[in-house]
Design a protein around this ligand. Structure first.
Ligand SMILES: *Cc1c(COP(=O)(O)O)cnc(C)c1O
Length: 223
């Protein structure tokens, strides 16, 4: 068995059933994804719309494609026909465009709000108050072709495990609050947090989806 298949099986064993394993295949060739697919892996994460779309064209259609990177509005139309879940909704304008393209394709697109929890300024996402203002607005309530199924967040890139845990805890508590107060329980159920370096802490803090790249496919040399 190849390394990739072994890694996939090992990760699935350690994260399921608590969390869904999303194998993050960005920059990796189709042949690597095929090895993962053969083990039964169906959830793949990509961070560029064009790259994801070209992989979607070449691979079996029962793969569930997860967009996890920052999305430019003019790219939404390329993934609207097939994307399974967009984790990285970081602005009202982006969600409005997703709604429009979903409508054009006669489907409802599942989305997570990305929340800014890290110390780094360069990471994308809503601030908590900004999100609360938005989801209580008329503009949000008018969107008929998106389904908000949860939240996504990325912790600070640091060795300070307490800091990481604190950030995941704050995302987890926002998730519970929104589930209680604003969304329907059946629909709002995914908490996407945890990557290669911090997925164990993320699961302890309630993650339902981990996004693992380098520990499965090896390090990425280009980006
Ligand atoms: C690349 C990426 C991952 C996977 O990162 P690894 O550290 O390689 O596991 C997870 N989430 C997002 C948003 C990413 O861009």
């Amino acid at each position: 068995m190849s390394n990739i298949s072994e890694n996939i099986l090992r990760f699935r064993e350690s994260v399921e059933p608590k969390a869904t394993l999303i194998s993050v295949s960005k920059t990796k060739p189709i042949s690597d994804l095929e090895q993962a697919y053969e083990t039964g892996q169906r959830h793949f994460g990509e961070n560029k719309v064009q790259e994801m779309t070209s992989k979607w064209e070449h691979l079996p259609k029962d793969i569930k494609w997860h967009m996890i990177g920052h999305v430019q509005r003019n790219k939404v139309k390329y993934m609207a026909p097939y994307v399974h879940l967009i984790h990285s909704v970081d602005s009202p304008r982006l969600l409005k465009e997703i709604n429009k393209q979903a409508k054009n394709n006669d489907r409802v697109i599942n989305c997570l709000f990305q929340i800014h929890i890290a110390r780094e300024e360069n990471k994308f996402g809503f601030d908590k108050q900004e999100l609360l203002d938005y989801i209580t607005s008329e503009a949000f309530k008018e969107l008929s072709h998106v389904s908000i199924t949860g939240l996504m967040g990325m912790a600070t890139f640091t060795d300070d495990l307490d800091q990481i845990r604190k950030e995941f805890k704050s995302l987890s508590s926002l998730f519970s609050k929104l589930k209680e107060d604003y969304f329907t329980h059946d629909e709002f159920k995914e908490l996407s947090m945890g990557m290669t370096g911090d997925y164990k802490i993320a699961i302890e803090e309630g993650s339902t989806m981990v996004r693992i790249g380098s520990a499965i496919f090896g390090s990425r040399n280009t980006h």
